[in-house]
Ligand binder design. Structure first.
Ligand SMILES: Nc1ncnc2c1ncn2[C@@H]1O[C@H](COP(=O)(O)OP(=O)(O)O)[C@@H](O)[C@H]1O
Ligand SMILES: [Mg+2]
Length: 228
């Protein structure tokens, strides 16, 4: 049984080659480009902080954090020829981050399992001084061994773990601003609050399961919303 599951996973993952996320948000494929004979994901970025954090994470791997294969200067392959999206402006250098290719259909994983894994990751990152902030299912995937993994460090920050002062302050996007608006002050408080906003327990699933049991006898008018 284990063997057939493994084979099934392999089959679904073998179709990609390199999957590349361009600066304008498009995902393009090149099936002929592989890393060590395997499919992989390439993210183009001009965000220096994201590069710094990913370099740091390469030295501090964790079973529930994306495995980064390497970071390189752009050779031009990821640049868009399309409409103005900032590409071509005289800003930061465009670089790419090569990483393992994940299955991003995270909906198929039990939310409570995700919470357990992500709580571990949050603690690990905070101990390293990384304040992730962008907690949400969109930034979580599954690796080829079935491990739940966090990716996307482009709006994360970093603190000095001695003083708790920012070294890299995150941009003040949605969850950061909501956390501050609700009285969170320290980076850890802000991160914990952002986590509670983005990673929610799977109440509807357990509720709908016990409900369906009790409703079996009565007539069914179930309109359970499976979206949490
Ligand atoms: N390692 C990966 N494997 C598979 N898909 C990925 C991977 N990293 C990112 N993606 C896909 O690309 C999208 C954008 O990547 P992400 O790093 O989250 O960038 P953004 O900062 O634009 O949210 C993700 O939502 C996901 O669909
Ligand atoms: Mg993302």
């Amino acid at each position: 049984m284990a063997r057939s599951t493994r084979n099934k996973r392999r089959t679904t993952k073998r179709t990609g080659g390199m999957r590349m996320y361009t600066l304008s948000g498009k995902i393009v494929r090149d099936k002929d480009v592989l890393r060590e004979g395997k499919d992989f994901f390439r993210k183009m970025t001009d965000n220096e902080n994201e590069i710094k954090l990913c370099e740091f994470l390469m030295k501090h791997p964790h079973e529930n954090i994306i495995k980064i294969h390497g970071i390189s200067k752009d050779t031009g392959v990821g640049k868009d020829t399309g409409k103005g999206t900032g590409v071509g402006k005289d800003t930061n250098a465009v670089q790419y981050i090569d990483m393992e290719l994940l299955d991003t259909d995270i909906e198929k994983v039990n939310k409570n399992q995700i919470i357990v894994a992500m709580k571990k990751v949050k603690k690990y990152l905070q101990n390293l001084g990384i304040i992730y902030i962008d907690w949400k299912p969109d930034n979580i995937g599954i690796d080829e061994d079935g491990n739940i993994k966090l990716f996307d460090f482009d709006v994360s920050g970093m603190i000095d773990t001695e003083t708790n002062e920012w070294i890299i302050e995150p941009p003040k996007f949605h969850s950061y601003s909501v956390a501050v608006h609700n009285g969170m002050k320290t980076p850890i408080e802000i991160d914990d609050y952002a986590f509670s906003l983005g990673i929610k327990p799977d109440r509807s699933r357990s509720r709908s399961r016990s409900r369906s049991k009790s409703m079996k006898k009565s007539k069914s008018t179930d309109n359970t919303n499976t979206n949490v």
